[in-house]
Design a protein around this ligand. Structure first.
Ligand code: NDP
Length: 286
């Protein structure tokens, strides 16, 4: 058996076209252009690529975007002051601080300084709390994009066994919450999980987000399962690899996301969706 490939690039293109249409309508009807500010501190090469892709996607969808590059020795106070100014800027509906930050800066303090209604990453404690209590407002882009993928594929989630491997605040935990709220029975695994294979083999839907290339192999997958590989790992061969061993997994899974071309493009598309929705909510509040 060979799994169906889930084409994240194609799904993301269609979502971005929807955002472009809705943004044009917002501009025509209300004179508002959704605006995103991206703050990059330092010169981490992977972060440089991510922020460039995010800003380019905004421009292509007709959103207003500002990329602010700050030196690696930016102080906490200076960064908080920039965030404060953007919080008060009416042309900016979304603020994203690219992580990871240099070690002398506290990502917790920085995230909490962003006005929750402009927190388009959905990492602010009040957005995390709203998601946790079943009142999602701004949902983190990666798990939000995965839910859109599962919906587009008509994957039944009610009563399904869902296993999420990796329990970070930005992917694993919000992913587990969204699957739970969709009616799945959810298992959330971390690095201390005993017999990861046994946990994974129960999954109808398996989401892997660990940063450990090839961690989940075909023999850990239930035949026919939907496998979502979030991992982005640069291999010694210079290519990108997921957290799932694709060659063995594709023989067992029913459907699987490739890396690249799976979850990554959806994450960027959902950033545009979150920025658009932040602008729409701002208008509703005005
Ligand atoms: P983190 O490092 O923040 O979290 C990793 C999680 O995986 C932790 O909960 C950790 O457990 C768990 N883990 C590590 N090793 C194992 C193991 N052997 N078995 C089970 N669980 C394990 O990572 P992120 O969530 O930020 O990112 C994960 C991956 O996803 C990375 O490759 C990242 O690049 C990628 N990513 C991709 C995105 C996309 O758009 N495609 C977006 C965001 C991330 P513990 O809690 O015990 O330490």
């Amino acid at each position: 058996m060979s799994a169906t490939l889930i084409n994240g690039t194609e799904m993301a293109r269609s979502l971005r076209a929807d955002v472009a249409r809705a943004a044009a309508e917002l501009r025509q009807r209300h004179g508002v252009t959704p605006g995103l500010a991206v703050l990059l501190v330092g010169d981490d090469p992977a972060s440089q690529v991510y922020v460039r892709n995010k800003v380019k996607a905004c421009e292509e969808a007709g959103l207003h975007s500002v990329l602010e590059r700050l030196p690696a020795d930016t102080t906490q106070d200076a960064l908080l002051a920039r965030i404060d100014a953007l919080n008060r800027d009416p042309a900016i509906h979304g603020i994203l601080v690219q992580l990871p930050l240099p070690p002398h800066l506290s990502s917790h303090l920085v995230i909490e300084a962003i006005a929750p209604e402009k927190d388009v990453d959905g990492f602010h404690i009040s957005n995390a709390g709203l998601l946790m209590t079943g009142q999602p407002q701004v949902v983190p882009c990666t798990p939000y994009g995965i839910m859109k993928m599962l919906q587009a594929l008509d994957v039944p989630l009610r009563g399904a066994e869902a296993v999420v491997v990796g329990a970070s605040n930005i992917v694993g935990k919000p992913m587990a919450m969204l699957l739970l709220q969709a009616g799945a029975t959810v298992t959330l695994c971390n690095s201390k999980t005993r017999d990861l294979g046994a946990q994974c083999r129960r999954a109808d839907v398996l989401v892997v987000a660990t940063g450990k290339p090839g961690l989940v192999r075909g023999d850990m997958i239930k035949p026919g399962a939907v496998v979502i590989d979030v991992g982005i790992n640069r291999g010694a061969d210079g290519k990108l690899h997921g957290d799932v061993d694709f060659a063995s997994a594709v023989e067992v899974a029913g459907a699987i996301t490739p890396v690249p071309g799976g979850v990554g493009p959806m994450t960027i598309a959902m950033l545009l969706v979150n920025t658009l929705e932040a602008a729409q909510r701002g208008l509703a509040r005005a």
